[in-house]
Ligand binder design. Structure first.
Ligand SMILES: NC(=O)c1ccc[n+]([C@@H]2O[C@H](COP(=O)([O-])OP(=O)(O)OC[C@H]3O[C@@H](n4cnc5c(N)ncnc54)[C@H](OP(=O)(O)O)[C@@H]3O)[C@@H](O)[C@H]2O)c1
Length: 322
């Protein structure tokens, strides 16, 4: 097999397409031929060496969609030839090992590109909105970086939950795309006074569920936009990790709910089954749609990372194997 191996942290040229040992699936694993693989913000940090706990060497990629080529001992849920998608480290490659626990069957109505665009973004959004913050119909939800792959998924999930949904972005064109995609309001956090705009748009109520992904740069504005009893799911720090807040958030009874789908004890037992049972049929029926910004050949991984850095995409950048 071949894949993008990183042996030292650095700029895009540390990602080298090299021949690698053919993987053999162990118990609870599948060998999958990768047809398409999604790009995530975190991968640019893994490559650069600023992602906590990333060991060297490693193969790039966190998610993909493809066809099962072999199954490990004891696997009964999938067979050779099945179309699958899911989170799998080392997915920017010709082949990757999937863990059955993190594998989903790809509905017939979906192609590999759509399948590769879903796992990390949609499962993070599902975990944040449905499991952690438990958004209820009628609540006001604010999604930071709504154009990100997590954010664009959270928009569809929160709208499906019959919430009022607003989002933020650093550019007016991304705000316009969020409104066209169904958001009730969109704010440019570089130029708008967020709390003032939010309070005006919610009749002074504020935000019930905040999805914090930028962190330091915008935390104060998010706190100041929250309603009494509001919950903030915190899952990203693209704008810095050192968040400061006044303990007077207690007066409003705000709940700060930090989360990571990689280490959450609730992700596999709660979010995976509910996503499979509830969300998967909604993809199959077309109610939920993977948001794909750009499809590139696998050979253009460097360009994909440059696109993430330029912050112009809306939804997912997907790489495809020939
Ligand atoms: N905790 C978890 O389990 C988990 C799982 C998956 C992802 N995440 C996190 O969720 C966030 C979104 O991930 P993603 O893969 O969906 O991202 P993405 O599609 O690559 O989008 C990231 C967006 O973040 C915004 N951003 C703000 N400050 C930035 C900066 N300094 N550099 C680059 N982008 C910046 C940009 O939108 P604007 O320019 O419009 O602000 C950018 O488009 C990330 O923080 C990621 O680490 C967390």
């Amino acid at each position: 097999m071949f894949g993008y191996r990183v042996a030292e942290f650095g700029d895009v040229d540390v990602m080298r397409w090299v021949e690698l040992p053919d993987p053999v699936p162990g118990a609870g694993e599948l060998l999958v031929r990768v047809h398409a693989s999604g790009i995530n913000f975190a991968e640019t940090r893994m490559r650069a060496g600023t992602y906590s706990g990333q060991p060297l060497p490693f193969v790039m990629g966190m998610e993909s969609a493809g066809v099962v080529e072999a199954v490990g001992p004891g696997v009964t849920e999938y067979k050779v030839g099945d179309r699958v998608f899911g989170r799998a480290r080392g997915s920017h490659a010709t082949h990757v090992l999937f863990e059955v626990l993190h594998t989903l069957p790809l509905p017939d109505s979906m192609d590999f590109v759509a399948g590769a665009a879903i796992p990390v973004g949609w499962l993070t959004a599902w975990h944040a909105v449905m499991t952690v913050a438990r958004a209820r119909p009628g609540e006001r939800v604010l999604i930071e970086a709504i154009a990100s792959s997590v954010g664009s998924a959270a928009l569809q999930i929160a709208k499906w939950q019959n919430c009022w949904v607003a989002g933020t972005a650093s550019r007016d064109d991304k705000c316009a795309r969020a409104l066209a995609a169904g958001a009730d309001a969109a704010y440019n956090y570089k130029t708008d006074d967020l709390p003032t705009r939010v309070m005006a748009d919610t009749g002074g109520h504020g935000i019930d569920v905040g999805l914090m992904t930028i962190g330091e740069e915008t935390a104060r504005a998010l706190f100041d936009s929250m309603a009494y009893e509001g919950r903030i799911a915190m899952y990203g720090s693209t704008g810095g990790r050192q968040v400061c807040f006044s303990l007077n958030i207690g007066i409003r009874n705000l709940q700060l709910l930090a989360m990571s789908i990689s280490s959450s004890a609730r992700f596999v037992p709660e979010s995976m089954p509910s996503f499979r049972k509830v969300a998967l049929p909604l993809f199959a029926s077309g109610r939920f749609k993977a948001v794909v910004d750009t499809v590139l050949p696998m050979s253009e991984l460097n360009r994909a990372h440059a696109m993430v850095d330029s912050r112009t995409h809306f939804g997912k950048i997907v790489l495809v194997n020939d």
